[in-house]
Design a protein around this ligand. Sequence first.
Ligand code: SF4
Length: 452
Amino acid sequence: MSSMKNRTAGADDKEASFAVGDQIEAVKESELLTADGSSAASSEIAKVDEAAPDKHKSVYHRKGFGLKDEVEGELKKEYESDLVAELRASGNVISRNGMTIKLAEAFGFCWGVDRAVSMAYETRKHFPDRRIWITNEIIHNPVVNANLREMGIEFLGVRSDGSKDFSSIGRGDVVILPAFGASVEEMRIIEGRNCEIVDTTCPWVSRVWNRVVKYAAGFDHGYTAIIHGKPNHEETVATASRAHCYLIVRNIEEAGLVASYILSGVDGAGGDREAFMKRFQDAVSPGFDPDVHLQSIGIANQTTMLKGETEQIGKLFEKTMLQKYGPLSIDKHFISPGDTICDATQERQDAMLKLVDEKLDLMLVIGGFNSSNTGHLQEIAEKSHLPSYHIDGPDCIGPGNQIRFKPLDGDDCQSKVNFLPAGDVTIGLTAGASTPDQLVAQVLDKLFSIRQ
Ligand code: SF4
């Protein structure tokens, strides 16, 4: 797919080199811990990895089926755009009907999304007669998920209590795990269904899993994984399930609350434990005790968070632990081997930071409304005080000069009439890592049609 060709050479090399290796490494980590008896949950991953038809209940596939060439045409037809390819090759600017549109230097499908979608298409081809399930949206883009449905790939049902219904997976069915991965608990259930598992988890995600698994082997109780992420996001849920102990912070404000508790409350020195636990009740591992489990911490993050905020959080906790325990024993209490933001997220955020410095009248950010990386691109635009609209496709524009968009801090969409100012106008445009080029082209067409 074209976005594959648009990756930087450095990212290409790095990604290609750990495409399979890191996943295997993640499993090996789990096996090591299992040998120590410190992570029963992780043993399930190792078991699934080693699965073979004659040995275990389910069969595990971590790569495509050698059918890339066969699905290439279909993927190109559904997701690529000649117009966007030309724009990428000629400076990312297009002017028409009094409108100049400047595209970010990096936008749209990332390597991990390309890989996951391609594996799903290959799976359909490889198992033409099998029932195929997917545990979640493969990526956060409605068009891609609708296409998978049309191909007969079914999404697992959800029970009235919000939990997934795995009971419909039958013997011999195929189950696709999305690019965000799946939790250890989900893997355990699926593995027991006598099915074929196709794991499209992005290696950048399993890289974070490696890290939190390693934290279990820290001093005394191990390092508690402090995860900068969204507690309900599939990736963070999967990452947290691999940590022996975790606490999730959404942002720097929540990190500040944890840091204050560490300084005033750990060891029973007077922090408001009840208020703390109430605030973080849905963001901690079972049995979490802030007076015990905040004595040694390790930092990790969802791959698609805002890089600047993740760095701030890491620095805040380092400073906090230095203040609490002093420089001589800091290694026992704090570990952070750098952030785990993926290259694609970083490239898109860097390109956005550059774009908002240009002279623009407004910004459009295209991506699924539940896409974390797209939301952070929108956040960058809003912080630069540009009028900016997060839309999920061309249907958000029109009729006429009006737009439907999702505000950063709201669940419901809003509409604005006359969003395009009169006269010549310059619009910045970017798209999240799960947005196909074809959708970007359709948005461009819709914009130009306003002034036809
Ligand atoms: S955004 Fe990053 S972590 Fe997510 S699929 Fe793309 S490369 Fe992988």
